[in-house]
Design a binder for this molecule. Sequence first.
Ligand SMILES: Nc1nc2c(ncn2[C@@H]2O[C@H](COP(=O)(O)OP(=O)(O)OP(=O)(O)O)[C@@H](O)[C@H]2O)c(=O)[nH]1
Ligand SMILES: [Mg+2]
Length: 199
Amino acid sequence: MSHDILRRAAFYRAAARVDQLPADRGREVAFAGRSNAGKSTAINVITKRNALARTSKTPGRTQQIVFFRLDEDKRLVDLPGYGYARVPDEVRRSWAKLVESYLTGRRSLKGVVLLTDARRPFTELDLALVGWCAAAAVPVHALLTKSDKLKRGQAAQTLAKAQRFNENTDVNLTLQLFSALKREGVEAAADKVCGWLED
Ligand SMILES: Nc1nc2c(ncn2[C@@H]2O[C@H](COP(=O)(O)OP(=O)(O)OP(=O)(O)O)[C@@H](O)[C@H]2O)c(=O)[nH]1
Ligand SMILES: [Mg+2]
């Protein structure tokens, strides 16, 4: 599958409130996950545009939904991270409101890429997010990320365990190992994203 369209990504807009979202038409794919899981890094390696999405060593910084435009009616979306302990309750509540209403009310949203750390995948908040997606009938593709931090055998075990876990839930999500650092699984992830964008 050609991934050319991903290379055209350019910053489009940021929204801190639902009324700031761009027009809900065309097709978009969103990246979600805990703070520091590697959402922005994944967007950069998948688009092969190194400085596109801002990455940081300080988790919990981005509290906005950031839109990248691919063409007239296709977009990638960087969702604000969650699960960062040192965030005031008020910020946490406004995060939940923004992300839940985006996920459940967005007609152009065709799929969510969920970044979850391969060393401790599927935290409670990850599962809450998967639940919102399931309620909205939005498919989820999980990237078990930072797989470079695991030995090969451990990574394979983690994947198998996550697959078994997935078979025992009613939400159906697909999953794979991913490492932005070692460029593992980048093509497979880009295939998934392009498939959703093209339908
Ligand atoms: N080892 C390793 N580190 C990674 C990988 N992907 C991202 N990181 C690092 O993880 C940190 C966080 O990455 P970001 O892409 O900024 O994470 P984020 O999910 O966008 O974080 P927020 O915007 O705060 O929610 C950075 O220091 C990255 O360099 C990976 O595959 N392997
Ligand atoms: Mg980020």
